[in-house]
Write a protein that binds this ligand. Structure first.
Ligand SMILES: O=P(O)(O)OC[C@H]1O[C@](O)(CO)[C@@H](O)[C@@H]1O
Length: 438
């Protein structure tokens, strides 16, 4: 059986404030903190200024490698080549430059505001979340994604995403769905939830420093390792199912993360929500443009749905049901510029706040969404998840494999065990969590 659909044991826990200016202010200026216990406001914002830190490695190794890979994957012209070289120089030796004023995109003013206080400084000295987000915006500018010319809208990460979707690994994972059909309902639900959770390991950006992805070699290598079967560091999945009783006329919001090998199990889980009447309607939120290498856009949803509908067996049936659900509005894909903003969810705009408030639960997938949910800070790992997410406008569930330094909501004992293990448990993607705030 494809490893994403393994029945991971759930009870085994052995195993910015980046905001220079808030362009999405809450109208009443509220801060959103709602709980009695105020988390330590002094937890430092993560930056890339510590040599040897995870953040530093992303900025000094992954981003340059990514520029080279994108350059090699397309026959870009001299102008784009020069722009990519300049970006490479800037992120390695230079200071943060503003967006080119001659660009055509409508978000220049927003980035000017978000970047105030950051422009002119070393990329390592600005908040990590901001630096990473801005890097992707600049990479798109260099490839002329937002231009009015022939490269407009050409996803620079498409070759990697496509190779992954065509991979034998995806074939296996799709075939593995058939084995779930005969499982007892509860076990099947757990397997689908865990497939979506561990699907988050299949993140193409995560593979960059390992010399992947390339258009020829993507999508493999994230799934092995025994700790995937025992690496849940927090598991509130019972509460998640409790929030979604069968037959409730609920809307569930799912904020997607990566395309391909993560999005397919996400869609399968969405189908499960609809089919088993945990939800009457699901709103799937995706990025408005390519981001963090493999983040899902509408085009990626369509590609995954096509991949499913073309499959035989259970996967094909799921694909057909989802296609139909899109046509009837029970599954709706939406996007919002805020999903590519370098801001924590605490700064979400009112329209998104209302949207999430009306959901029975909002499921946030992935590491970046987690960092934005709790704040990209060096929190004590035992800080209460419920306290940090009290501002969120409704019940919220985080499904995430651990791929950066931020983690909260751990039991003291779990934390001690993890620290004693000597593993890079916070950043290697070998551990995962399901955290829910009612
Ligand atoms: O795709 P995900 O799960 O949001 O992961 C994104 C993560 O990948 C990185 O960009 C690099 O590993 C992290 O800094 C970031 O949090």
């Amino acid at each position: 059986m494809g490893s994403q659909y393994r029945n991971h044991t759930s009870d085994d826990a052995r195993g910015s404030d980046t905001v220079a200016a808030n362009a999405f202010p809450a109208p009443d200026g509220r801060t959103g903190r709602g709980s009695g216990r105020i988390p330590d406001p002094g937890a430092p914002v993560i930056r890339g200024d510590r040599p040897g830190s995870f953040a530093r490695g992303v900025l000094t190794e992954r981003h340059p490698a990514l520029i080279r890979q994108v350059r090699g994957a397309f026959p870009y012209g001299p102008r784009q080549g020069r722009a990519l070289d300049a970006l490479l120089d800037e992120i390695t030796d230079g200071v943060v430059e503003p967006l080119d004023a001659s660009g055509h995109a409508s978000d220049h003013e927003l980035w000017s505001a978000w970047g105030r206080g950051h422009f002119g400084r070393s990329w390592f000295d600005v908040p990590f979340l901001w630096a990473e987000s801005y890097f992707y915006r600049r990479l798109l500018a260099a490839t002329e994604y937002f231009g009015v010319g022939p490269w407009q809208g050409v996803d620079p990460f498409a070759p990697f995403k496509e190779a992954e979707l065509r991979s034998e690994t995806v074939d296996e994972e799709i075939r593995a769905l058939d084995a779930l059909a005969d499982m007892p309902a509860g076990d099947r639900a757990t397997a689908l939830l865990h497939a979506s959770l561990w699907g988050n390991r299949a993140d193409l950006g995560f593979l960059v420093s390992a010399g992947k992805p390339t258009p020829d070699s993507t999508g493999t290598g994230t799934e092995t390792g025994t700790s995937a079967g025992s690496g849940l560091v927090a598991d509130d999945s019972a509460l998640l199912w409790h929030l979604l009783p069968a037959g409730a006329r609920a809307t569930v919001a799912v904020v997607a993360d990566n395309a391909g090998r993560e999005l397919i199990p996400d869609l399968v889980l969405v189908d499960h929500f609809l089919e088993r009447r945990h939800a009457e309607r699901v709103v799937l939120h995706v990025k408005p443009y390519p981001y963090y290498v493999s983040d899902a856009t509408t085009a990626d949803v369509v590609d995954c749905l096509r991949r499913l509908t073309r499959a035989s067996g259970g996967a094909g049936a799921i694909g057909e049901r989802l296609w139909d659900a899109m046509a009837t509005g029970r599954l709706e894909v939406r996007t919002h510029p805020f999903f590519c903003a370098p801001l924590p969810y605490e700064k979400m705009p009112e329209d998104l706040r209302e949207e999430f408030a009306s959901a029975a639960v909002t499921v946030l997938k992935g590491d970046l969404n987690y960092r934005r949910l709790v704040g990209d800070r060096r929190w004590e790992a035992t800080t209460q998840f419920a306290d940090l997410t009290a501002y969120f406008p409704g019940p919220v569930a985080a499904l995430r494999t651990l791929k950066s330094d931020v983690v909260v909501g751990l039991e003291e004992q779990t934390l001690n065990t993890l620290e004693r293990s000597g593993e890079a448990w916070r950043t290697s993607g070998t551990h995962a969590l399901v955290q829910v705030r009612q």
